[in-house]
Design a protein around this ligand. Structure first.
Ligand code: HEM
Length: 374
């Protein structure tokens, strides 16, 4: 990252990886993204692919999901899941449930602050719980209960949090280091494998339930009865999970990979910016880049024109983040609800720093204080 910042464009050769060209120039980024529209290849997630290829009883039938596939297999999935997941109407039907989860999160903040007047040092884990609760509504079609005050270690949310954390830590140990796991089974690879298998078991259970409901509805001869969305949402619509299960050309294991990818990609990214986060923090493209100046995005661009490829946190083109609309809905909801309820201050002398762990995340304690508004 430091080299790219210094030289603007660098060619990197990391052992075990194909050569890479990294640039912070938005014109180059535009050319690169536009020229790969037809066949966008993403390297990475090789360990996830390996885990799925070796899954028990060949559960995934050698199809490893959106995150790790490329070419025709990636497009077979992408073309079937992108409409259900990106259509604004489908995303909006989860808004009341996301709002409900967000209000519970704010109640939890009150509880966490009750004793010391400040949120605990592991507040990041609390944010993950909120993110998991929100994405669980869509991916697993249910309220998980991650924000309940005392979760028993055997309860579903506690198990899921453990398995998703296990996937992250296994992933960081394999994907972010020299790929020793390709030569022997490293502890991180084993962690990824066992956590993934456990998450799959929970996911497969939720899929079986949804499928049973669909079959029951069909048996009753009333196709409209399929419209059994999440209990907590108006039951006028069909849930995204049921839509995927009903989509021709998608197998049950395709739906399972999609759900695990959503849980995995949808929790950790809630705090993320993509690699062009470097470009987004360059004076050349954004005056006073480290200042919080939301007005810079106003239509009349009071701080000058913005290059359309200078800040693309969700990427662009055919491989754009499939959870973009869901993520935006979650972020708008939490920002609105939080600022309606509190004035937020940052109570630390240390400046907020970030680190890269697959995505950018805070490297300093989230020492926020939430002051209720009168
Ligand atoms: C602030 C939140 C998020 C950010 C900044 C983000 C960012 C990204 C980026 C940069 C990519 C890569 C696109 C590329 O390779 O060109 C991506 C892909 C992906 N994201 Fe997100 N994401 C976020 C939230 C989510 C959520 C909530 C989900 C859950 C549905 C999700 C699911 C995925 C999946 C499955 C892919 C792979 C898509 C594909 O390869 O076709 N993301 N995301």
């Amino acid at each position: 990252m430091a080299l790219v910042q210094k030289y603007g464009i660098v060619k990197l050769q990391i052992i075990g990886m194909p050569p890479m060209v990294c640039t912070t120039n938005p014109d180059d980024i535009e050319v690169f993204l536009k020229s790969t529209l037809e066949n966008p290849i993403r390297i990475g997630f090789a360990c996830l692919k390996s885990v799925r290829l070796r899954a028990k009883d060949n559960y995934f039938n050698k199809n490893t999901g959106l995150l790790s596939e490329n070419g025709d297999e990636w497009w077979r999935l992408r073309s079937r899941v992108q409409v259900p997941l990106l259509r604004p109407k489908n995303v909006a039907m989860y808004l009341p449930a996301v709002d409900g989860a967000t209000n519970k999160f704010l109640d939890r903040i009150d509880l966490l602050q009750a004793e010391t007047g400040q949120v605990p040092s592991d507040f990041m884990q609390e944010i993950y719980k909120w993110a998991l609760e929100c994405i669980g509504l869509v991916a697993l079609n249910r309220e998980l209960g991650c924000l309940e005050p005392n979760i028993s270690p055997d309860a579903l949310p506690a198990q899921l949090i453990r398995h998703i954390n296990g996937i992250f830590s296994g992933f960081n140990g394999t994907e972010m280091n020299f790929p020793f796991w390709k030569y022997f089974r490293t502890p991180s690879y084993t962690k990824l494998e066992t956590s993934h298998a456990a998450a799959l078991e929970l996911t497969a259970g939720a899929i079986r339930e949804a499928q049973a409901r669909l079959e029951e509805a069909k048996a009753l001869g009333d196709p409209n009865r399929q419209l059994t969305v999440v209990r907590i949402v108006a039951d006028l619509y069909i849930s995204i999970m049921e839509t995927l299960l009903n989509t021709e050309g998608l197998s049950r294991s395709d739906v399972a990979t999609m759900i695990i990818d959503m849980l995995f990609a949808g929790v950790d990214t809630t705090l993320a910016m993509s690699f062009n986060g470097v470009t987004s923090r360059m004076e050349e493209y954004f005056p006073q880049p480290l200042e919080f100046l939301p007005q810079r995005w106003q239509r009349d661009r009071p701080y000058g024109a913005i290059h359309p490829f200078a800040s693309l946190p969700f990427s662009h083109g055919t491989r754009i983040c499939i959870g973009k609309r869901l993520a935006e809905q979650e972020m708008y909801t939490i920002i609105i609800r939080m600022l309606q309820k509190y004035t937020v201050t940052f109570e630390s002398d240390e400046e907020m720093k970030v680190k890269t762990q697959l995505v950018l995340k805070p490297a300093t304690q989230l020492a926020f204080k939430f002051h209720p508004r009168n």
